[in-house]
Design a protein around this ligand. Structure first.
Ligand code: PLP
Length: 375
């Protein structure tokens, strides 16, 4: 852990970033300036490359658009911009972020249907196929890749290929996985992939982005239900004016994000980062199980991004004192979000390494002692 940070964030984002990413924000930029907009264009190209879709013969199939706001703003921009008035959206929901997509659709008066799955289960592609067969008027399918609520990794490629086979547009909320878990948009049938600056790319919060199938995005012109969150219009501006955003962009955050993308490359790209996150998560579960904790999900459904742990039974365990005891030891963890069980979460993404996880385990042991908790 760097000495210049007060604590390590073991959360789903914002995350602990590197000193060099933070330092990139120490300069002011003009949004009209060529040098700044060239950096935006560089970012847009790097994002398409990260989606694994720049190799011939489809080098041009995908494009990317950046959008101001937190991740949810970009989900709302996408859902509200790409579902036409006469479209119907199928939302696959097995957690708070799937639920949020359905909320967005409801708020925007988008015709939609929700395929509900228990939080601790993965969506079953066969059942989704039945829905697609029965409900012929569905035009779009939306799902979350890593359901950050529980830490579950949903079967994006299976559902995306299914959507493709049935001629549906597939929207993937890959907010907490993109850049940290390999995914090839083309092979996975993804038409729109949504993520944000402050998750696995390890930038700072302030904007998100969409990697989009160019033909689909071009065809979505005129469908947006919002002026500022119009994905097509933002794309047109960035294309026509070489990287310029429509309205004020978070210049410092954008500059830090480019630095974060360069550092991702230096780590060996998505594959390298995936390996580190996987090691972090395996080490975390090993330590926590040795201390007596149990995970909410079985290993087979678990992502390397974040892990939900059950409150130990009959011990008087409560989150806030545990959180405070860990924070005093320079580790910040996250409350639970599962609706059916008492959990807390520990993230394993960000500028965090297996050695840090070893230190965390020592801190957890001390915190249990301090709080007189015997598990
Ligand atoms: C973080 C996250 C979001 C967006 O959350 P914001 O707080 O708006 O940045 C959306 N979906 C998933 C799966 C996430 O993990």
């Amino acid at each position: 852990m760097d000495d210049d940070i007060p604590y390590l964030l073991l959360t789903p984002g914002p995350l602990t970033t590197t000193r060099t990413v933070r330092a990139a924000m120490l300069q002011d930029y003009c949004t009209w300036d060529d040098e700044y907009n060239q950096r935006v264009s560089d970012i847009r190209q790097r994002l398409v490359r990260l989606a694994g879709v720049d190799a011939s013969p489809d080098a041009d199939q995908y494009t990317s658009v950046l959008m101001q706001g937190s991740g949810t703003f970009v989900v709302e921009a996408t859902i509200g911009s790409v579902t036409p008035t006469n479209g119907k959206l199928l939302v696959i929901n097995n957690g708070a972020y799937g639920h949020r997509i359905a909320q967005i659709a409801a708020r925007l008066n988008i015709c939609h249907q929700v395929f509900e799955v228990e939080e601790t289960r993965a969506p079953n592609p066969d059942q989704i196929e039945q829905v697609l067969q029965q409900e012929g008027d569905i035009t779009h399918v939306a799902m979350v890749h890593c359901e950050t609520t529980t830490g579950m990794l949903n079967p994006a490629a299976e559902v995306g290929q299914l959507a493709q086979r049935y001629g549906k547009v597939f929207v993937l909320d890959a907010m907490s996985s993109f850049g940290g878990i390999p995914l090839n948009c083309r092979q996975s049938g993804v038409d729109y992939l949504i993520s944000s600056a402050n998750k696995c790319i390890q930038g700072t919060p302030g904007f998100g982005f969409v990697i989009a199938d160019r033909k689909q995005l071009a065809a979505s012109q005129g469908s947006a239900r919002s002026l500022s969150l119009d994905l097509f219009a933002q794309w047109q501006e960035m294309e026509a004016h070489a990287g310029k955003w429509r309205y004020t962009s978070p210049t410092h955050v954008v500059r830090a994000f480019l630095q974060a993308l360069i550092e991702l490359d230096e780590e060996g790209g998505v594959a390298g980062r995936y390996q580190r996150y996987t090691q972090n998560q395996a080490r975390l579960v090993e330590h926590m199980e040795a201390l007596g904790f149990e995970t909410l999900l079985p290993r087979s459904l678990q992502s390397p991004v974040i892990t939900s742990f059950l409150f130990p039974r009959d011990t008087g365990f409560s989150f806030v004192p545990f959180y405070e005891a860990l924070k005093r030891r320079r580790f910040v963890i996250y409350p639970g979000k599962a609706s059916q069980a008492d959990t807390f979460r520990i993230g394993t993404i960000g500028n965090v390494f297996p050695d840090d996880i070893d230190q965390l385990a020592i801190a957890v042991g001390e915190a249990l002692q301090e709080l007189n908790l015997q598990i």
